[in-house]
Design a protein around this ligand. Sequence first.
Ligand code: AMP
Length: 608
Amino acid sequence: MKISPADDFTATVNIISDYDQHKKALLEYIEEVTTNAGEIQKRVLSEILYRNQHVEYLQRNGLNGHTDSETFKKMLPVITYEDLKPDIDRIISDGNTSSPSILCDQPISVLFCSSGTSSGVRKRIPMTEEDAERRYFFRSLVMPIVDQYIPGLDKGKVMYIMISVPQDKTPGGIGLSFSSTAFYKTSYFKDGFNNNPYNNYTCPIEAILCEDSSQSMYCQVLCGLYQNDQVLRLGAPFGSGMVSIVRFIQENWTSLCNDIRNGKIDNKKITDLLVRKAVSKLLRIKPNPKLADLIETECKRDESWKGIIPRLWPNAKYIESVVTGTMSQYIPYIEFYSNRLPIVCARYACSEVYCGINLNPLCQPDQVSYTLIPTMAYFEFLPIIRDQHNQQELVDLTAVKLRNEYELVVTTFTGLYRYRVGDVLRVAGFKNNAPQFNFMRRNNTLLSIDTEKTDEVELQNAVNVASSHLKKFLSASLVDYTSFADHHTTSSATPGHYVLYFELQWDKNNLSIFQTTVLEECCLLLEESLGAEYRECRVDKKLIGPLEIKIVETGTFDKLMAYAIREGSSVNQYKTPRCVKLAPIVQLLNSRVASNYFSPKSPQTSEI
Ligand code: AMP
């Protein structure tokens, strides 16, 4: 069994001329690595430690060339990004000039900007040329799996929205990029464009590489609409992106239809000549009034836009987008707009490492599990035991227990050693000897006023309860939300309280006289759904004030995303922060509050 990515990758490229054989080889690869998961993990660790034996980090931690897991576990601490930050800062300032190298024997080709939205820390993750190959190989595992369930996808096209963000350089001369943007710029991606029958994208690569996100989006949607009957699948990396596509069409369908009707691209909208030329060439764009009429009719048909995706793309067989974790809140929207086309969550991947593949792509989103691919990195797992504050012993990939929860800890070929990714996973089953994980949440405390700690899942569950109440009594849908722990000032006598910012989609002309009552009930329901510690601090200790819901104007969360993107986030990797802390963001939200409501009484504690 090869664990060298270069060998794996060569295999991929060589076989590509006979794609059926290539698919078969990739499926066999999955069988083999999942069967030999334990053995492969040992070899991966020893290879990482062997080739990096001279790097400063391992020397500093006294590994002295040992490559066995016992010494590794004894000597190396389990760390977070914050622990690694001084080393990363040196790489940022010195580039690849340090001798010995700081983290990794190979030159750092680029530093990835992780979305790092939960902790608020902007992470910079080292990446090498070799790991780019490994990740490309990992990505190539997806389509052979999907093809087993939905054959014939190579006979049509895919409209998968990919947005690039301008790259930067560190003072030490290393490129700074989002992982998705860096991927679109690799030769593998460009070659795959031409060679792989499953990568038959509707738009030219110039539109994907265009760094003006609105021009890029416009061209990608235009190309997708222009070839609507050839599109067999649609997607965006995350569920939020899928919803953005529909919103974008809602705002732009008149110009999109005009362009299709007139057979030319709006010069004012698309000023990038290279992109305009590439799109015109690809589409050999000529007037298509029939298609423009069809799109116009569908966009005007009813206000709700229910089922708009299959109405515009009648041959689409599924949506590819990650809707696990906090992205699950977008499922109802995607199902509504797609008339419940299957949603395929293909992979679980981070800037730090590409981890897992969904081997059962047509399962329901809440059943999705990702099989960790043992050749990608050395994986360890920190058991999550609630209310247990002592650090637990880490366990290996093949030693995890069914239904237990763990935080993922990785040791990578790119110079991360026993690094806590911050994601909590639950063991859902096994593929041969490799565990399959449900993605649960980020392991972080979102909100805390006193001793209580509310995490992402507790908040999401409470919001789900409030959201059902809003739907039932006000026919309002929750478009997006975030939260803020309002501590007031330390000198203030009033206790701090939780603030939830809700953007709703509702018929404002038809406001119910019960609006205030229903929203106050939502505040109370949220409080009653939060953890016991919260209610204890709120009710018994009176250390937390009544929870507040602030309804923000339509479009506020788009503005929040625009702000993040102006500050350097990637559209592809952007995830709405479930808690905000930074003053400008809180100010932005507060400047758009239309009304606010407080919990009218104390929530019931579970003992009552
Ligand atoms: P980034 O480093 O910006 O690519 O973000 C990586 C993070 O996105 C991961 O650590 C997860 O928290 C989240 N993520 C990635 N893939 C998935 C997935 N399939 N399901 C849920 N969350 C995911």
